[in-house]
Design a protein around this ligand. Structure first.
Ligand code: ADP
Ligand code: FBP
Ligand code: MG
Length: 319
């Protein structure tokens, strides 16, 4: 193997650049040529492909977003799109690929492996919703961003004795809300993985108000419902001076945390090692602090599980 390609796909995540840099530099260190593919699978099909040098990835480790751009390109789920991608790989002499993205991107990666190009997937998403990895690249940064926002909102919550419902991204996963809730001392955390009772939440708020704490922050995962809806349901049980705040894409941007940069660097280098060993159709993860890889097909049948001990902990620490 002489030449590999890299692309980023799906939602951007902080640390994707650190992963691109690690793949490129490690591959060059091992004597490989590296080609960057812009705009994910859309750019692959369009042939938006360029040769990288070690300086292409210089001054990028600290930047959020993805220097290779990203796209959602549903046409790649069709055989026709995939064959056009294969044509481009042949044209550029690219023999194997690293795909940085989420579960959708892994399906695209597997399709290319089926067409004879070994492909390794790296989990790049803020949501932390990928099975067989304790953490995804971008999750730590996203949690830190939410915590900073919660700290700020708490100033107003305390000053005006208000209750803030803070909606955060995560698709069907509650991880961002859960970890941010624990780190930000949220009075309640509402996630899709755990049932909740609005009436109980209201009586908890009421009793802490009676004990003297008249403000609160509630972390709400987008997979449950929207913040204004939740605030409306809560308002039916009392006057909690509710305000709804949606953090949205703010949480997806910004410089990656040191943790995400290290994780991305470890995973990127490992992906190259796997390709050099002639392996493909694997998804890289970190489990119990060890970098691991699993057949990507086993991921499609598996489900990511949120760390529910944190939910219990959050409940025990706020009452
Ligand atoms: N079943 C599939 N087969 C081939 N490619 C797919 C498939 N599903 C998604 N993709 C490709 O991966 C891209 C990213 O997937 P998406 O679900 O949007 O984000 P993520 O990878 O972050 O989960 C899609 O836009 C598409 O190009
Ligand atoms: O930016 P878009 O396309 O509106 O997508 C929003 C979604 O993307 C995310 O930010 C990241 O999800 P993916 O990594 O799966 O793309 C989700 O948290 C959110 O629900
Ligand atoms: Mg996804």
């Amino acid at each position: 193997m002489k030449r590999i390609g890299i692309l980023t796909s799906g939602g951007d995540a902080p640390g994707m650049n650190a992963a691109v840099r690690a793949v490129a530099r490690k591959a060059m260190h091992e004597g490989l040529e590296v080609y960057g593919i812009n705009y994910g699978f859309a750019g692959l099909v369009a042939g938006d492909i360029f040769k990288m040098s070690e300086s292409t990835v210089g001054d990028k480790i600290q930047r959020g977003g993805t220097m290779l751009y990203s796209a959602r390109y549903p046409q790649f789920a069709q055989e026709e799109g995939q064959l056009r991608g294969v044509e481009q790989l042949n044209k550029f002499g690219i023999e194997a690929l690293v795909v940085i993205g989420g579960d959708g991107s892994y399906h695209g990666a597997l399709a290319l492996t089926r067409h004879g190009f070994n492909t390794i997937g790296l989990p790049g998403t803020i949501d932390n919703d990928i099975p067989y990895t304790d953490f995804t690249i971008g999750f730590d940064t996203a949690v830190n961003t939410v915590v900073e926002a919660v700290d700020r909102l708490r100033d107003t919550a305390a000053s005006h004795e208000r209750t803030f419902v803070v909606e955060v991204m995560g698709r069907e996963a509650g991880d961002i809300a859960l970890w941010s809730g624990v780190a930000g001392g949220a009075e309640d955390v509402i996630i899709p993985e755990h049932d909740f009772d609005v009436k109980k939440i209201a009586s908890k708020l009421q009793s802490s108000r009676e004990r003297g704490q008249k403000h609160a922050v509630i972390l709400l995962a987008e997979g449950v419902m929207h913040a204004d809806q939740f605030a409306k349901e809560l308002a039916a049980y009392g006057d909690f001076q509710l305000r709804a705040t949606v953090l949205g894409h703010i949480v997806r941007g910004g410089a990656p945390s040191a943790r995400d940069r290290v994780l991305a660097s470890q995973m990127g280098a490992y992906a190259v090692e796997l390709l050099l060993d002639g392996k493909g159709a694997l998804a890289v993860g970190i489990e119990n602090n060890k970098i691991t890889a699993h057949d990507v097909r086993t991921l499609f049948d598996a489900k990511h599980h949120a760390e529910l001990s944190l939910y219990t902990l959050a409940e025990e620490l706020t009452f």
